[in-house]
Ligand binder design. Structure first.
Ligand code: GLA
Length: 730
């Protein structure tokens, strides 16, 4: 619910458990007065104290009042160069050369429903309400529209920003954050999700110290190194209790999430497109739209926050037809064959897979152009007929006859120098005049800011997709951007290329969705280098990491689960010794780790023993049986990998609390291990549950307070799956 009290200038956004409040003050500055647990409907600006602060300037119109300073008051959207020295949200370059921006409130609008953003990903759906606040910089002749939508039941508040040049001269926008959040305390922890290729999104938590702490990406993609999802929380907050805030940016390119503890121990979080090499020219009448950000505040710990994000992403970000639609169990040939395959080899793997109940065969890298290794062929999206005689027209029916659907791998944003495309259009690659471009994985990046480049690639993809019944596409991106310069833009607009590149990727993904609405898209960027809410709007699942080791995956999937629902994470069972780290884990363990994601296999089944195949058949069946729990149940983190002793555990619980699938994976073994119990969460305390179909009835309350006794593990990396079912539900 959104309330506006005109006389007091108060705007309050109410969600189920939280409230968010802003107030227009006597100088038309839009203050942020509150965000936290639900409050009675009252003006909280009384909580803001004012006093004369040295070296904090006073706006001219405050006259002799030295207690009024933008530098110390909480701002809804911070300005720059006019007296607030904390993190700015916006920075303009005016025709005069000045880099200032001063915003004052000048009007509002309320609408039912959720706003949409043209060309950008955004949450959608009925039931939301929207508030638009208009701010102006009268001297700069610039208007800033702040959009807020409230999804009440989800405790979700989305935000977006539009900047308009309402003057007659060109203005340049050098910074435009999507979100600014001022909180009145400095004793908070900042949680970020960091890593590297093969080791993404590992949770790091640290108390805020004075000054700015930030994570971000200037790699052109949201990156393996940091994620555009961050949290602030009470020092004492944990999984099940304590106040926390999650902030997510729906964007797949350069971003920055910066938290600043100010001199007076308040906190400001600013999140948006990274200002590195960002400069957008706004012609008179022109508009710039910043990507959407979304906030969830949970007074009851991290678990509740995550479940709210999961619900929001499932129901209001993943689009039809894959919202709620069953996704196939897949087998991918990458780790089985790499580039070295023939049509017969693929069919051999597919045949084995079909017999085990696997539903989709994915042909990975190496099927196109002259692509026998990673040094050539990108950009030539036509079938390599030496490898696949008869093309897809011959191969796909062979796979289909096995009862499996068929998917392909593509990497549309890239080009190899050794390709027909590059020989024909060398200027289509991003590179700076006079400088040899850096290669990444031996390849260059296409200038996706250009419509002609995108059209050409799309034309090729269409021909492939129309040549056979292809139901799935894995969209990959295997290097970071550098040497970013577009031959199609003048010098003064080169600061637009990074963002235009991302808009170009979104444009092509949207065209694919429009023309092939049934196609299941899986995002990928060397695994999880572009795992963000922006991509999820187009690709309902994303390959979570190139690391397929079950044990490393526990912490990767754990970190990812703080914002993103489990079924968004592509997770496969691969061969042992694992090809990324050499570890040997039982197939049962690999299955259980992969099963709480978008499940699949990535190994040469013809090399598996008959026991392994029998195990795979059981895994596929079990995944299908529990599919609705995994894909739409509530996710509970029960034990964090590496923290809670020698095991990690998590649960998928049905919304009616009648069923729960609990998974547990142990670490390295040890002699004489203590007795352990696993405390469950999310069950009905009054309910009674059977475990794995057994006779004993366990009290839900007891399972949550005392825990379920675990067998003493024997051997390294054991795994266990426990299915709890309420006694009276069948
Ligand atoms: C990336 C992906 C892998 C695989 C290879 C193919 O690394 O993450 O899954 O598709 O590319 O080159």
């Amino acid at each position: 619910m959104i309330l506006h009290d005109e006389p007091s200038g108060l705007f309050t956004l109410h969600t189920r458990a939280t409230a968010y409040q802003m107030k227009v003050d006597e100088h038309r500055v839009l203050l942020h007065t509150y965000y936290g647990p639900k409050i009675p409907d009252q003006d909280l600006s009384g909580l803001l104290l004012r006093t004369d602060r040295g070296f904090s300037p006073n706006p001219y119109e405050a006259g002799a009042d030295r207690t009024y300073s933008l530098d110390v008051m909480p701002q809804e959207y911070s300005t720059c160069g006019v007296g607030d020295f904390r993190l700015p949200s916006i920075e303009l370059e005016l025709p005069s050369g000045s880099h200032t921006c001063d915003l004052r409130y000048c009007g509002c609008e309320m609408r039912p429903g959720k706003y949409a953003l043209e060309g950008l990903p955004a949450f959608f759906g009925g039931g939301a309400e929207t508030l638009i606040l208009r701010l102006e910089d009268a001297a700069a002749q610039v208007e800033v529209l702040l959009y807020f939508s409230v999804f009440e039941e989800l405790d979700l508040i989305t935000r977006a920003v539009e900047v308009r040049n309402v003057g007659e001269r060109e203005v340049r926008l050098c910074r435009c954050a999507s979100l600014c959040l001022d909180l009145p305390r400095g004793d908070l922890d900042f949680i970020t999700f960091n890593g590297r290729h093969l080791m993404e999104r590992r949770l790091e938590r640290a108390p805020l110290r004075s000054g700015v702490q930030s994570v971000g990406s200037t790699r052109g993609a949201s990156s393996h190194q940091h994620n555009p999802f961050v949290m602030l929380c009470d020092r004492s907050a944990g999984e099940d209790a304590g106040l926390c805030y999650g902030a997510m940016l729906l964007y797949s390119g350069n971003f920055e999430a910066a938290a600043e503890r100010s001199q007076f121990e308040t906190t400001r979080l600013v999140m948006g497109i990274h200002p590195y090499h960002f400069c957008w020219t706004l012609a008179p009448g022109g508009t710039f739209t910043a990507p959407e950000a979304a906030l969830v505040c949970s007074p009851d710990g991290f678990g509740q926050m995550s479940r709210q994000f999961h619900r929001a992403i499932r129901d209001h970000l993943i689009r039809d037809p894959y919202r709620g639609r069953r996704r196939p169990v897949l087998i991918n040939n990458w780790e089985a064959t790499y580039f070295d395959f023939t049509a017969n080899k693929l069919c051999e793997i597919a045949e084995e897979a079909a017999a085990l109940g696997i539903e989709l065969f994915v042909m990975d890298d190496g099927w196109f152009g002259r692509r026998d290794d990673d040094s050539s062929g990108l950009g030539d999206w036509f079938v390599n007929r030496e490898k696949l005689p008869g093309g897809l027209e011959a191969l796909v029916p062979r796979i289909n006859r096995l009862g499996m659907s068929f998917g392909i791998w593509v990497e549309p944003e890239m080009v190899s120098e050794d390709s027909q495309l590059y020989r024909d259009h060398p200027d289509w690659a991003l590179q700076v005049p006079g400088r040899a471009p850096a290669r990444g994985r031996g390849q260059l990046v296409l200038d996706f800011s250009r419509q002609d480049v995108r059209d050409h690639i799309y034309g090729q993809l269409r021909t492939v997709l129309s040549s056979a019944p292809i139901t799935y596409v894995k969209w990959d991106m295997n290097r970071s951007l550098c040497d970013v310069w577009s031959a199609a833009l003048p010098a003064r607009r080169q600061g637009e290329v990074y963002h235009r590149f991302v808009l170009g990727v979104y444009d092509l993904l949207e065209r694919l969705r429009r023309d092939y609405p049934e196609l299941l898209l899986e995002g990928c960027c060397g695994g999880g280098g572009r795992f963000d809410g922006g991509m999820l709007y187009y690709t309902p699942q994303i390959w979570c990491s190139d690391n397929s080791d079950a044990i490393d995956r526990l912490s990767i999937q754990y970190g990812t689960s703080f914002c993103y629902p489990p079924e968004a994470m592509g997770a496969h069972v691969s061969a042992v010794p694992n090809q990324q780290n050499g570890r040997v884990t039982p197939i049962q363990t690999r299955g259980i780790a992969a099963m709480s994601g978008a499940f699949g296999y990535e190994l040469d089944l013809s090399k598996c023993t008959s026991e392994e195949k029998a195990c795979i058949r059981r895994q596929v069946r079990s995944y299908q049986e529990h599919y609705d729990l995994i894909h739409s149940g509530d996710y509970y983190r029960l034990a964090a990998p590496g923290e809670a002793g020698p095991f990690a555990a998590w649960a998928h619980v049905s919304p009616d609390r009648e069923r729960a699938l609990v998974s547990l994976v142990t670490g390295g073994t040890g002699a004489a291990q203590p007795f352990r119990r696993l405390r469950l969460k999310g069950l009905d305390p009054a309910g009674r549950y059977r475990v794995n179909g057994g006779e004993t009835l366990w009290s839900g309350g007891l399972l949550m307070s005392e825990g379920y006794p675990l067998p003493v593990p024997e051997g390294d990396y054991q795994a266990l799956q426990l299915y709890f079912q309420a006694a009276d539900s069948q």
